[in-house]
Structures are given as structure tokens and as C-alpha cells.
Write a protein that binds this ligand. Sequence first.
Ligand SMILES: Cc1cc2nc3c(=O)[nH]c(=O)nc-3n(C[C@H](O)[C@H](O)[C@H](O)COP(=O)(O)O)c2cc1C
Length: 436
Amino acid sequence: MRLALSAGVGGVHQGAWRRPDSRTEDWGTPELIISLARETEAARFDAFFLSDVSSPNRALTRVQAPYLYFEPLLAAVAIARATSRIGVIATASTTFHEPYNLARQVATLDHLSGGRAGWNAVTSSIGEQNFGRRPWPDHAGRYERAAEFIDVVEQLWDSWEQDALVHDRASGVFADIDKIHTIDHEGPHFAVAGPLNVRRTPQGRPVIVQAGSSPAGRDLAARHANMVFTAQQDLAEAQEFYRDLKARAASYGRPGTDIAILPGVSPIIGDSAADAKAIQESLLDLVDEATATARLADQLGGIDLTGIGFNEPIPLERLPAAADVERRRSRFQIFADLARNERWTVRRLVGLEVASYGHWRLVGTAEQVADELERWFLAGGADGFIVMPPYQDALTRFFARVVPILQDRGVFRREYTGRTLRDHLGVTYPQNRWAS
Ligand SMILES: Cc1cc2nc3c(=O)[nH]c(=O)nc-3n(C[C@H](O)[C@H](O)[C@H](O)COP(=O)(O)O)c2cc1C
């Protein structure tokens, strides 16, 4: 077993844009994203992951870099055409899309990339202000819609059997129409007749990735996903998540090997442990306190942090119950647990939010970082990782310093052996539900 690695580049992290090596001027240009994807492919990663929110930060400020995201499916096409082996995963929300269009777009990406497409199905926790005519569903409602959405998408991807096209010039038979299926779906959220107008894709079905770690999110992943993106703070939690998700998958008749679980990791790699710590501190120095505190308040379910000193813990009565948090519930849980159980100060919590917005932080030498990744992998905490650089150059350092160590230890590939994202992840090709 080898670990799976994906690069997760989404936006510019708070404060880090001020570093001299940030390439901040290039954010939001095709050159940067394509050069990063090529670098990631040269490091033999499984996938390049385009996370997404569909709108800029809620409150734009003079000091904070706004989320600048290309529309991920379009960006994924450009990346796919500029690379040849790496998987390309695009985030698209089940709350803001329609399943027919999305199924068609991702199927198209799978064809255009030669079987390297992945779709990160998210329910979204922000962005509703740009889709204002529809009511914004609550957490449970978003997951109900997501479940039906993904079910429709999978049916559409199956609507063409592999050998539906006959092309028999002599007899004049173009297609075996018994192998092209309508879906005639009628559900609470969607009415979709089908079939798709895109033939079956190289992967049969493109890889579904799921991000959202509450029980409802886990259940959705267990039923449909081949890859799960999660935020985990320590090994014990990661192992619990890992066991739970694989058990849920088993309850749907799916082998655990069919779902790769990848926690996000935000690495800071120094020449020495002290150097890495110094980089970490310097990132915190670049942050605007007021903006950072507002973001922390948001992660904590929108609570009021006024009157609490930067070096004080948060009074427990200010923390809401998880069930009352309608946006990122599982992320709220991470920050609330640290505030409640570990009594972290505002400053420490802000440090986590700034560096990795709640993802696992790894700060040390390349050896130390490689050791920790390997430890989680061997201890059943992860099948791999989504490497999310806290600043631009951190990714390049990871490629140059950590990847060779993992390769020398035999836990990461030196060369691609497969052609598709499913091959890279080692997950099975789905059987078409109509195939006999
Ligand atoms: C690791 C992780 C990554 C996520 N990435 C995105 C993203 O790129 N875009 C997005 O709109 N939502 C993203 N989400 C949010 C989920 O779609 C979901 O709206 C939110 O997490 C609430 O679900 P949960 O309580 O099950 O985590 C992510 C969630 C997690 C846990």
C-alpha cells in the first residue's frame, strides 16, 4: 500500500500574501495555477485539487487577500490539457448546481482528461447571497439535496453502457438503443429524464470526492465517494474518523479499499525545527488581528468575541451547541473542542485558523514531516493527504524535500503506473448498473 497525495490549492492564505515569495500578483491568473499543477505532476502526486467557494470573502477588507477562485471545472479543463498523468479534481456545490448540467460537465472533463477527472461534491457553507431567489436550506436540508443530487448524477453517468455505440456501417446500425437508458427520476428536489448526451467516460464514472465530516457528510461519503477530504487535528481523532467511515462504507456493501481518506495537512518545512517554528511565527506576524479574530469568530459559529483579550481563552458560555451551527459544523467542532477542552487562547486559535483554517499543521524538518505523515498512514489514520501549503513556497519545499524521503522509504510512488485517477488511487472501476 502506498499513500495517496493530492495538492490542495484554493486561495491565498491570510497574511501569507505579504511574504516576498508569495507570487500574490499571479493569483487569479492561469499561469500560476497551471505551473503549480505541472509541478505537482512532476512530484508524481495522485491529484491536483481545486477547492472552491463561489463568492469572495463575506467581508472584504483592505488587508486580507480575498478568495480568488477560477470556476473549478473550467480551470480543470485547462489543467488537464496542460498535464498528462495527474488526476484533476474540481469542487462543485450540490446546493448551487443542477445535477444534469453537472453530470455532463464532469463527464466531459473525464473525456477531455483521458480518465483523470474527480468531482469534489460539497454542500457549501457560504455563498447563498449570489443565489438569492431560492431559500437557503439548513445543514440537514443541504445534505438531503446532496444525496438526491449525487444519486441522479451517478444514474446519468450510467445512462450509456460501454458498448452502446455500434457504428456498423454495413448494416446501418449506429447505436444499440437498448444500451442507452433514460433515468426518469422524480424526487423531492429534482426531475430528470436523462439519458446524458455524453457517452460513457474513460473511468466509467469519474471519481466522486466528498468533503464534509459531520455524520450526514460521512454517510454521504460512505455511499458514493472514492475519496474523502477531511480536517483532523490529531491521530486519535483521525483514526476514529477513518474507522467510522470505513465501517459505514461496509454497511453499504462497499470495501474499505474503495474509499481513500485524505486529511488535509498544512506543512511548514524548515532547515531545522527551530527554523520551521520561526517561519510559523513570522506568518502570524503578517496577520491583521481584527480580521483574523473576525474569521475565528466565524469558524466558531459566528460568536461574539468582543471584550476577550488576544491572550485569553474564550468564556465557555459564548460557545454555541454544535447542533445550532448551520454552516461548517464539523469545522466548528474542531475549534470549539480546542477552545472548550484545551482552553486555547484567542491567539492560539487564530494561529490555527490563519495557518490551516483547522487542518492539521505539521511544522518541522523534512524528516520530521515525513515521519509524521508515515506514522498516520501506518497507524490507520489516513490513506494519504491533501497537502495544503500555508504559503506559496511551502508546496515547492514539500516536493523538493519531503517527497524524496517518502519515495526512499517506499511509501510513495516514484513513477505513475496507471493512466486514470482511479488507477492512481487504487479504487475499483464501477460496474454499470445496466450491464448484464
Ligand atoms: C475538509 C473539508 C473541505 C471542504 N471544502 C469545501 C470547499 O472547497 N468548498 C465548499 O463550498 N465547501 C467545502 N467544505 C464544506 C462542506 O461542503 C460543508 O458545507 C460543510 O463542511 C458542512 O458540512 P459538515 O458539517 O458535514 O462538515 C469542506 C468541508 C470539509 C470538511
